[in-house]
Design a protein around this ligand. Structure first.
Ligand code: COI
Length: 358
């Protein structure tokens, strides 16, 4: 499908941020966005890149009532020589379509999705910041737009992609975070939609996150919803623990998001001959490791923060400080390696980088 491109007049372009150290996350949006419509019987139609604008929606559109709303998060990076790269975009496309299937939404043609990403990032090339740790965050989103209040899968959708320059996700930057183990609230349950990037998962996480934040913690560590025993995710990210010489992350049993960064870490760890396990890990096992001194490192992984060290865990009335509250060696090594691959500063043995412009 052809993508029609209508550019903003130069005098109407937004001013670009001048101080890259103050970008924060998700506050600034570029001049254009991609949008395409879907209707049952007609398929996807009217693909365009056009000036960024508000969407006009009937108050009865289904996404506003029954939550058929999915999204993705990915980034475009600018290398030192000015080249622009995407990182494993095919994985985000695949995951978006898996989310679409689970929420009875309409998968997007993979070639159209990729074409839209490349064209939008190319149009917005000047918005991609230059500093290491900064990037252009890309947010593909799909919403149900049929006007109807009967509960059924929508017959109309909008798929759009917005983008904006970002810096660090957490105000702490790459400093160890404090996390709070929630014994009361859960994020997702096996059989549900936890493995999808469904907006409702994030809504469901807010209450516990707010409580943790009020108590001075950066994020919640989510336990499994059935036994409230095994670690699942942290905040909006995947979680890894280094116990002895075993790097452990929970297995993808349906309630956990299959993170692209998570998968990249597993592949790197295998390449580095680290003993990596995708297995259930209980809080009891973590506390035993803490007591016997084998709990060495802990970090979160996600597209937004890439790798984020965990320095402290609160559980059942006690604080557990990991690695003296400092960033662990493995956390730092993984962070640097992934960043260097993303910015084109290192060889890319796995073929993860997709160069989209010189
Ligand atoms: C990520 O860590 O990549 C996320 O999914 C966070 C995003 C919802 C802001």
């Amino acid at each position: 499908m052809d993508i029609k491109i209508t550019k903003v007049a130069p005098e109407k372009m937004k001013p670009k941020p001048t101080d890259e150290s103050k970008l924060g996350f998700g506050q600034i949006f570029t001049d254009h966005f991609f949008i395409v419509e879907y209707e049952t019987g007609k398929g996807w139609y009217n693909a365009s890149i056009e000036p960024y604008r508000p969407l006009i929606l009937d108050p009865a559109v289904m996404c506003l009532h029954y939550g058929q709303l999915i999204f993705e998060g990915m980034k475009a990076y600018r290398g030192k020589d000015g080249s622009v790269y995407l990182f494993r975009p095919g994985e985000n496309i695949k995951r978006m379509n898996e989310s679409a299937v689970r929420l009875c939404m309409q998968p997007v043609d993979e070639d159209l999705f990729m074409d839209a990403l490349v064209k939008l990032v190319t149009v917005e090339k000047e918005w991609i910041p230059r500093g290491i740790g900064t990037s252009l965050y890309i947010r593909p989103t799909m919403i149900a737009t049929e006007t109807a209040l009967g509960v059924h899968p929508s017959n109309k959708y909008l798929f759009y992609i917005i983008a904006g320059p970002v810096g660090a996700y957490y105000p702490e930057g790459f400093s160890p975070t404090k996390i709070y183990v929630s014994e009361e609230y859960v994020r997702a349950v096996r059989g549900g939609v936890g493995y999808c990037k469904a907006a409702g998962n994030y809504a469901a996480s807010l209450y516990a996150s707010q409580k943790a934040s009020d108590l001075g913690y950066t994020q919640v560590l989510w336990l499994d919803a059935i036994e409230m025993k095994y670690v699942e995710e942290v905040g909006t990210s995947n979680i890894f623990f280094l116990i002895g010489d075993e790097l452990i992350t929970p297995p993808l049993t349906g309630s956990i998001l299959p993170g692209v960064t998570r998968d990249s870490i597993i592949r790197l760890a295998k390449d580095w001959k680290i003993n990596i396990s995708e297995r259930q890990l209980s809080m009891d096992e973590i506390l035993d490791a803490y007591t016997d001194g084998t709990l060495k490192d802990c970090f979160a992984s996600g597209t937004a923060a890439i790798v984020s060290p965990v320095g402290q865990i609160y559980y059942k009335g006690r604080e557990y400080v990991i690695n003296d509250g400092k960033t662990g060696e493995l956390t730092e090594r993984l962070y640097n390696e992934i960043l260097q691959i993303q910015y084109g500063e290192k060889e890319d043995p796995f073929g993860w980088r997709v160069k989209i412009s010189d």
